[in-house]
Design a protein around this ligand. Structure first.
Ligand SMILES: NC(=O)c1ccc[n+]([C@@H]2O[C@H](COP(=O)([O-])OP(=O)(O)OC[C@H]3O[C@@H](n4cnc5c(N)ncnc54)[C@H](O)[C@@H]3O)[C@@H](O)[C@H]2O)c1
Length: 277
């Protein structure tokens, strides 16, 4: 069951300028809407111009401030142009949300994985946030309250499939820590959100799989884009002023609780309960 929408705090991002990648739909779009609802001016970027424009228009219709731009995070010049666009439009840049990714399906046999697929997933998922952080950092330093929030995944901490995607997401935890070490003394916080399964278009047409996955979550459901947006808003805000270099799991408990093991060991008729492995 999807929960009722959380109450949105008073304008934590009034006067803030935010750039979000891959915000044309899904988690990125929900995050753009959430930060705009809390007062941010948002540059919605995406590989797909129409999607980015659609998210920005919806924010404006709701009374918020947003512009859109095309940005492929694989392209250094496009990333630098997007950062320049945000600074020109809103006069500053306070928050970068790294949300773009690429996740190719695994081949049935690991030996058949291609260099091209491996390199593409790593380039978009791991090197993309590197390019965006590099371009944004001088402006985030100048802001005096700069924050980077990157979207990782539970795949960075446990095997859920996806060789290259998972390796890239694990790499983001390391990039988050080293960048936090570098940028902290310059007044910029850097954190990672690691979502579990979130119902977005990435799972379109796979409702039966999502329903089966929901049964593995201690909280009994898969996540919503808004579940992630609220965690991003927290980490980007002054409420997290003393938090940097960390990974926040927003995963319905799936990494903490071994549901399969618990089910296997649940008391059965004629048999006592075994709690130890
Ligand atoms: N959906 C999930 O179950 C889930 C789980 C864990 C983590 N995540 C992470 O959350 C983030 C968003 O996932 P989602 O499900 O909302 O995505 P999605 O698939 O719904 O949307 C992805 C968006 O990224 C854009 N995009 C693709 N390549 C791009 C590029 N090179 N540069 C810029 N934009 C590009 C697409 O146009 C699209 O609008 C990703 O980082 C993903 O790894 C998602």
């Amino acid at each position: 069951m999807t929960p009722a929408p959380a109450q949105i705090p008073a304008a934590r991002f009034a006067g803030h300028s935010v750039l979000i990648t891959a915000a044309g739909q899904g988690i990125g779009a929900a995050t753009a809407r959430r930060l705009a609802a809390e007062g941010a001016c948002v540059l919605v970027t995406d590989l797909d111009a129409k999607r980015a424009a659609h998210t920005a228009a919806a924010i404006r219709e709701a009374g918020g401030t947003a512009e859109s731009a095309v940005c492929d995070v694989a392209d250094r010049a496009a990333v630098e142009a997007a950062v320049a666009h945000a600074v020109a439009a809103f006069g500053r840049l306070d928050v970068l949300v790294n949300n773009a990714y690429a996740a190719s399906p695994d081949t049935p046999l690991f030996e058949d994985e291609s260099d091209d697929v491996w390199e593409r997933d790593l380039d978009i998922t791991l090197s993309g946030p590197f390019r965006c952080a590099r371009a944004a950092l001088p402006h985030l330093v100048a802001s005096g309250r700069g924050a980077i929030v990157t979207i990782g995944s539970v795949n960075g901490e446990q095997d859920f499939g996806g060789h290259a995607y998972s390796a890239a997401k694990a790499g983001l935890a390391s990039l988050t820590r080293t960048l936090a070490g570098h940028a902290g003394p310059r007044g910029v916080r850097v954190n990672l959100v690691a979502p579990g399964t979130i119902r977005t278009d990435a799972w379109a047409g796979r409702d039966a799989e999502l329903d089966r996955a929901a049964a593995l979550y201690p909280l009994g459901r898969v996540g919503t884009p808004e579940d992630i947006a609220s965690a991003v808003a927290f980490l980007a805000s002054a409420d997290a002023a003393w938090i940097t270099g960390t990974t926040l799991r927003v995963d319905g408990g799936i990494l903490a609780v071994n549901t399969g093991f618990r089910q296997a060991m649940a008391p059965q008729e004629g048999r006592g309960r075994e709690d130890a492995p």
